[in-house]
Each structure stands twice: as structure tokens, then as C-alpha cells.
Design a protein around this ligand. Structure first.
Ligand SMILES: [Fe+2]
Length: 229
């Protein structure tokens, strides 16, 4: 069993803290709990705001915040910027702490790029790990992965540089090549200087076929920080 390290907090109480987000295994799909069954999983039909998941277009106060986060992200994330950040944080000299101490640093941060969630990131980590423990009780590695998957968001904390949201959260994408039309809020890339760089404006840009993901510069953020070694 994955231990959360939170005194008095069990998987069940965590699930129930946020009514409607998770259902107990025996509660099959029905309109009352607003979940659907996908294979063996109970999947909520609606997000925290009562809307469809990952709907970036629907007009709402939340989506205005999300859009502003992506606007800045898409304008300022250039290949040069991402490589500089990778070099700076590659020194891994900011702080040293346990996984649980790291989780606790996230108690005051809400991810502004997420259209579905407005809870502190520590809740998100615990809920994700607990949901996976419910659905995959013997896959300990997967439960642990869920717990740590967003720890890179500590970049928002003063101990790790107090970076702005636009260079910490959100989906990531390759730089040094043309921006794909399927990237969320693609329209904002027109103000990114890289979109005017002819060396970057082709499908492969500065890369060649089969170069390998290790050789691609991705936009900088919490995911890339977690990949550093
Ligand atoms: Fe996450």
C-alpha cells in the first residue's frame, strides 16, 4: 500500500473529501453520481465546474484564466528560453528535501492552465494517487508515479525560483520546429519570435528524422524539470 504520510488521512477519506469526484468501486454508473463506466473505471462525466473535460473553448471565468496562462506561455516559450532554463535548473542546486516535504510545498498553488480543476496541487497529487490505488491496488509503481507526477510544479515556490505559471504549468510542445496546429490555444504562437525564424518553420525544423526525444528541446515547465537527471 502506498503510504501518503498524512496522519489520519486514509484513501477513503481523501476520496470523500471532494464529493462527486470519485465513486466507491461498488457504485456502478448512474445519473445520480454522474459517472460513466469505461472498462473497469468509473469516470466522472463533468469537471469541477460542471463542464466537459478539457474544453478550452467554452466561455467562462475559469477559461479566461486558462487562456491568459497559455497566451503568455506561447509567446514567451522560445527555443532559446527553454534551453536556458534547462541549463539553469540542470544544476539541481535549488533545494534538497523528501518527497513528502515537496508535496507539501504545493498546498498553496492552483494550476492556472487546468480548465477542470481549481484545487491546490497537493490535493491533485493525493487524489490521483488514491484513484489509481483504488483502480490498480497492486500496481505500486503506478501509485507512486501518480503521487509524484506533478511535483515539478514546485518551480512556483520561492525555494525553487518562484517561476510564473506560464513557464511551469500547461501542456508542453517541441521547440525548434513548426508549432503544430493541434496545440491548445495555437493562435497565440503568432506572437512568438520563433514563429518568424525560417530555421524553425518547417515540420522538422532543426531536427532530423528519428533523432530521438532526448534530443528535442521541449517547452520549459514542470514536466521537463522532473525529467532532469
Ligand atoms: Fe497532473
Amino acid at each position: 500500500m502506498l503510504q501518503t504520510g498524512v496522519p489520519g488521512v486514509t484513501g477513503r477519506s481523501l476520496r470523500l473529501q471532494r464529493a462527486g469526484r470519485f465513486t466507491e468501486p461498488n457504485e456502478s454508473s448512474n445519473a445520480e453520481n454522474d459517472t460513466a463506466v469505461d472498462g473497469e473505471l468509473d469516470v466522472p462525466r463533468r469537471n469541477a465546474f460542471g463542464l466537459d473535460f478539457r474544453d478550452f473553448e467554452k466561455e467562462s471565468l475559469r477559461n479566461a484564466i486558462v487562456q491568459e496562462c497559455y497566451r503568455k506561455n506561447h509567446i514567451y516559450q522560445t527555443c532559446e528560453f527553454a534551453n536556458k532554463k534547462k541549463e539553469e535548473y540542470g544544476k539541481l542546486d535549488k533545494a534538497e528535501m523528501s518527497i513528502w516535504e515537496c508535496c507539501e510545498l504545493l498546498k498553496n498553488y492552483v494550476d492556472e492552465s487546468d480548465p477542470d480543476l481549481d484545487e491546490p496541487q497537493i490535493d491533485h497529487l493525493l487524489q490521483t494517487a488514491e484513484a489509481i490505488r483504488r483502480d490498480h491496488p497492486h500496481e505500486y509503481w503506478l501509485q507512486l508515479t501518480a503521487l509524484i507526477h506533478d511535483l515539478g510544479k514546485v518551480l512556483l515556490h520561492p525555494a525553487f525560483g518562484e517561476e510564473p505559471q506560464w513557464c511551469v504549468v500547461g501542456d508542453t510542445f517541441p521547440l525548434g520546429c513548426a508549432f503544430d496546429n493541434n496545440i491548445v490555444h495555437h493562435q497565440f504562437f503568432k506572437e512568438n519570435p520563433d514563429s518568424r525564424n525560417p530555421a524553425f518553420n518547417t515540420k522538422l525544423g532543426i531536427y532530423s528524422e528519428n533523432i530521438g526525444l532526448d534530443n528535442i528541446t521541449m517547452s520549459w515547465g514542470h514536466d521537463e524539470y522532473m525529467y532532469l537527471e
